[in-house]
Design a protein around this ligand. Structure first.
Ligand code: SAH
Length: 394
């Protein structure tokens, strides 16, 4: 077993249960890509078993803090079983959910989503990559399913020096799926869609938007960055008079149209605009259009804290425009899924957007990701999705 020795004092975060070892913390030692290594303090005390990433700034990710643990088939099978069992702690009203959420489930670099009878996995670390065959077998054994598709095609693979790959790992089947979420059905494509096919993390927030719409009967709804129309379907199902959805992906909008039809909702009440959100918001403002409710769910503007400043400007711009487009009493669901922008910073950005817009608003609710994307106390970096429900003061 290869040993990675840390610099003096660099064991502190590990002793608190944090699972990352940065390159700057390593005094000596190296290993092959994904190889299991023994992490020791400068004084030689055991700290953890971890997976080595030779090219990444996150040089190793912890599998276990238990000196007696062996990182083998039994280890992975127990971790996967625990993660799946944890999902029954929450009421998840869908046949699609995240079964494994990386570090939060003690499996750094592994994300697994279930879409009905099909699993979709994403391996984003050298450790997960190395154990891919073992993990694949365990995932199917623990779920009793036969189909596993791989979507290891995110840009984070490059940070680990891993090539992008996608395709069937085990079994085969259709890539176009229809899932049930709350009281509606949603079509998606596990091969061509974003992430593993769908934004499962917004499930509870879509339900909340549905409830607000039912209660307030919004006449005019604007869904910005709509993707395949999850919030659009929620609004129409909740009785919205009219929903304008904007996305720059024609493919996503085709699916959004199909999702409106799939739920037998009135297509004449749904406009789909293949356009840039920023440009459209400015046009609406010039045209004097106003909305009773707006959803702003942009893509990740700041993947890391290094991009935070530029991202802050982009978030502020769209939030300012959205607040100006709201009628008094109107409701804004605004989100950031940037890991590099903390909840605190996001709140500040939105507050300053309000100041610039000359609009005061009640912060009605603070939102996060769905419970199957759990946050843990030892891994605050897991908090990437945050949202606010703002109500423009009448
Ligand atoms: N709210 C969605 C997920 C949004 S993901 C849901 O619940 O499923 C972000 C979306 O923004 C993607 O679909 C992407 O195509 C779109 N997008 C990215 N940049 C854009 C831009 N400048 N203008 C319009 N859409 C954009």
């Amino acid at each position: 077993m290869k040993v990675i020795r840390l610099r003096p004092g660099k064991e502190k975060s590990l002793l608190r249960g944090h699972p990352w070892i940065f390159d700057g913390a390593v005094a000596k030692g190296s290993a092959d890509s994904g190889e299991t290594v023994r992490i020791e303090s400068h004084e030689g005390a055991f700290l953890a078993w971890a997976a080595y990433s030779p090219k990444s700034r996150i040089r190793a990710r912890v599998w276990s803090f238990d000196p007696a643990e062996r990182i083998d088939a039994d280890f992975f099978s127990a971790r996967v079983r625990k993660a799946i069992q944890a999902r029954s702690l929450w009421h998840i009203d869908s046949d699609a959910m995240r079964l494994i959420h990386g570090e939060s489930d003690g499996l750094p670099g592994l994300v697994v989503d279930r879409y009905g009878d099909t699993l979709v996995a994403q391996m984003t670390s050298c450790g997960a990559e190395r154990f891919k065959p073992l993990l694949s077998k365990t995932l199917l054994a623990q779920t009793g399913l036969t189909r596993l598709y791989e979507r290891s095609d995110g840009s984070v693979r490059a940070l680990e020096g891993l090539p992008e790959v996608s395709g069937w790992l085990m079994g085969q089947g259709p890539c176009e799926r229809v899932i049930q979420e709350h009281s509606w059905r949603l079509g998606l494509d596990i091969a061509r869609g974003h992430k593993t096919g769908f934004y499962l993390d917004q499930r509870e927030n879509r339900q909340l938007f549905y409830q607000w719409t039912r209660q307030r009967r919004f006449a005019q709804v604007l869904n910005c960055f709509s993707y395949t129309g999850g919030f659009t379907v929620a609004a129409l199902a909740g009785g919205a008079g009219h929903v304008t959805s904007i996305d720059s992906s024609a493919l996503a909008l085709d699916q959004a149209r199909a999702n409106v039809r799939l739920n037998a909702l009135d297509e004449s009440r749904a406009d789909m605009l293949d356009a840039d959100v920023n440009t459209s918001l400015r046009q609406f403002l010039e045209q004097g259009r106003r909305f009773d409710a707006i959803v702003l769910d942009p893509p990740k503007f700041a993947p890391t804290a290094a991009h935070a400043e530029k991202a802050a400007r982009a978030y502020k711009d769209i939030n300012r425009l959205a607040l100006q487009l709201l009628v008094p009493g109107g409701v804004l669901f605004t989100f950031s899924c940037s890991g590099g922008v903390s909840a605190d910073l996001f709140h500040k950005i939105v507050a300053s957007a309000g100041t610039d817009a000359g609009v005061d608003a009640f912060i009605s609710q603070k939102l996060g990701g769905a419970p199957d994307h759990p946050l843990t106390v030892c891994f605050p970096e897991g908090e990437y999705l945050k949202g606010l429900v703002l109500v423009r003061k009448p």
